[in-house]
Design a protein around this ligand. Structure first.
Ligand SMILES: NC(=O)c1ccc[n+]([C@@H]2O[C@H](COP(=O)([O-])OP(=O)(O)OC[C@H]3O[C@@H](n4cnc5c(N)ncnc54)[C@H](O)[C@@H]3O)[C@@H](O)[C@H]2O)c1
Length: 268
């Protein structure tokens, strides 16, 4: 399939490189021209295990290309994935301006029947907002908007994309769902779990995942503080005698507390 990726940060670049390795033709676009130039030179702007190899292989066989205009990314694309970030915390935490701006730009240049996948982390209901924005930008465009949130971990991004614990596809229409399932078909054939739902529930699943992770980090930090005061081994107390093996939240340890930024993290 032909795939356009809008936003070539960690999520967009890893998604694009992995999809090209699965046999799709991928065009990655970013508004940051310097980033696009770096990628065209074969350099990746951050480190992720396996990523450099995937990008090199994709660019060598031309299944992965980098462009700096939305038009070039969406021309002829069956699927366009929106992977842009959000404004920095403190500027306007709740603003979805980047996602909406990307969606409107996609609408202007997209082919009839395009399927737009929102991979950015967004509040429940955003896919509907994206569909509305695209419709007001280009009323004649027939398109489907599907939510497929990203669950990758930094430092494990390629492994989490090619060997995901689950793939969530939230669609309201059959055609959009079928096209996105085709996109992920090689992963499903390899035995990875695909969860079908509606867009709002898919967006909520990502919110729930982040909130649960934040809860686990807070729990681990609290236990680490108690361990520090008591002179106990917080790692063993939690993992071996508490709630089981370490998971994505990490385990408490003595010394500096785990740090992971979340929108609601208390600083005191
Ligand atoms: N990084 C992670 O581990 C991770 C994991 C899961 C989900 N997410 C979510 O995925 C989304 C992307 O995350 P990221 O870490 O890749 O962000 P990022 O900030 O590293 O990259 C976003 C990219 O989008 C580009 N961009 C912004 N607006 C654009 C536009 N209108 N058109 C084209 N390009 C545009 C930026 O130049 C940037 O290169 C966010 O919503 C994030 O919350 C991130």
């Amino acid at each position: 399939m032909r795939v356009g990726v809008i936003g070539t940060g960690r999520v967009g670049l890893v998604t694009g490189a992995c999809l090209s390795s699965l046999g799709h033709e991928v065009t990655c676009m970013d508004a940051d021209e310097a980033k696009v130039a770096t990628l065209r030179e074969g350099r990746t702007p951050f480190h992720e295990p396996e990523l450099d190899d995937l990008v090199r292989r994709g660019t060598d066989d031309a299944s992965l290309i980098f462009v700096d205009s939305v038009g070039a990314a969406v021309k002829g694309a069956d699927v366009v994935m929106i992977c842009v970030g959000r404004p920095p915390v403190g500027a306007d935490d709740r603003s979805l301006s980047a996602v909406e701006e990307a969606a409107r730009a996609v609408a202007r240049d997209a082919e009839q029947g395009v399927v737009v996948v929102v991979k950015s982390t967004v509040p429940p209901g955003t896919s509907g907002h994206v569909a509305h924005a695209m419709g007001s930008e280009r009323p004649d465009l027939a398109c489907s908007v599907v939510s497929s949130p990203e669950f990758l971990r930094e430092g494990h991004a390629v492994a989490d994309t090619l060997r995901p614990e689950r793939i969530v596809v939230g669609a309201d229409d059959d055609r959009g769902r079928q096209i996105v399932e085709q996109l992920y078909a090689p992963l499903v054939r390899a035995g990875h779990r695909l969860v079908r739902t509606d867009p709002r529930t898919a967006e909520l699943a990502k919110l729930a995942s982040n909130a649960f992770l934040a809860t686990k980090v807070s729990f681990a930090n609290g236990l680490a503080r108690v361990a520090e005061l008591a002179g106990a081994d917080g790692r063993r107390g939690d993992r071996d005698h508490g709630h089981g093996p370490p998971d994505r939240a990490g385990v408490p340890r003595r010394g500096p507390r785990l740090r992971r930024p979340t929108a609601c993290r208390r600083t005191s």
